[in-house]
Design a protein around this ligand. Sequence first.
Ligand code: 9MR
Length: 472
Amino acid sequence: MRRALAVGALGVLGAVTAFAAASAPADAAASTLGAAAAQSGRYFGTAIASGKLGDSQYTTIANREFNMVTAENEMKIDATEPNRGQFNFSAGDRVYNWAVQNGKRVRGHTLAWYSQQPGWMQSLSGSSLRQAMIDHINGVMSHYKGKIAYWDVVNEAFADGNSGGRRDSNLQRTGNDWIEVAFRTARNADPAAKLCYNDYNIDNWSWAKTQGVYNMVKDFKQRGVPIDCVGLQSHFNSQSAYNSNYRTTISSFAALGVDVAITELDIQGGSAQTYANVTNDCLAVSRCVGITVWGVRDSDSWLGANTSPLLFDTSGNKKAAYTSVLNALNAAPPVSPSPPVSPSASPSDSPSPTPPVSPSQSPSQSPSQSPSTEPGGCSATMRTVNSWPGGFQSEVTVQAGSAPVNGWTVKWTWPGGQSISSLWNGQQSVSGSSVTVRNAPYNGSIASGASTTLGFTANGSAATPSVTCSSP
Ligand code: 9MR
């Protein structure tokens, strides 16, 4: 369907250049959640349970609609380190491989959490628990090094209610600095992953818990503790209802200089209006990078099908909430056109707060091409992250030179008929074998010497053509 639409649009335009979804004209509505979200440089994801990968209705919907995957339970502490020092990635890898082989990215969930700890960890305390947490983060992140887009490094560390403080747990009792130790450990373990703090009941801006997490993130940014994103789980129900200040919550976190993701969305009762509001609130904030719903069909939800919390009913039919989300994504203003490369052009004013500077990327996995030296103050390299028969995943690092970059464009030419199936952190246009990718709305600005990355999955044999970079 998506292809048919794209071909139709091309026929009408008679264009020489085939624009991909990211730059499709507004009337060429995308027909799946993932493609619709990609029009504004975002993703739309779901939680996947490894035990359901044999259910063809489940995998058909999940594969068609979503381009980001979170393992619902398979990358948690009890699953990945059932005995101290003995890691088990069999279930996590099933979810990871299914996702990547179907052209999707993966959010890692989760490394340090008071819940779902294996028995051996529950019985630890003090410095041995602190060391076990560090060892766990290192063990899991090294297995998935370079392969995970976002890691929920710490999950649900704040207390419910009016205190705005930390939740009591064995991890909290090792000392208040356990969260920053987790983030610093994570940055060292996989410098390419974006590192998130994830929690529920931090959606309502007026709640003390939201303010507590906000103050922690602000403090981390001020002190240089490596944090790149905040996950709003967004489990909405009558006790924790959607509130119209949600957009303020998203934009306020983003203003601290972190990405914001809606990570576990479900809405009891399944209100189509509330689903549209949530989607529109994300679309209104350039650093709201994507939405993940916590399951595919109502029957897959941890809440039980009778609460009707998701976008597909138990028979796999699209619900009214599905249509309202898809329409909202399709109505999103297209990402702004690339800034003109003209000396008189003033830098484009982004409505978003201080533009992001992504974590510095590790040069340790040496790319196969040396940086280009095109004028324009930036350089770019491509590396292969992963490959499988008939496909591969790559990452392009865009690095600013001695001056800050405000808007960038990278280009390359495929050597052997490769084609991109899904691209993130950028907006692509394709003409034959030539690929042009401009910055996404949220990652155009790079401080001098800093870098940002875009990624994609593609069909064909893995290739690393040289990449040029220009900046207006
Ligand atoms: O959906 C998950 C369910 O299958 C598990 O039994 C449960 C165990 O803790 O975790 C559920 O997922 C949770 C997520 O990991 C963290 N935020 C709340 C989610 C719903 O409980």
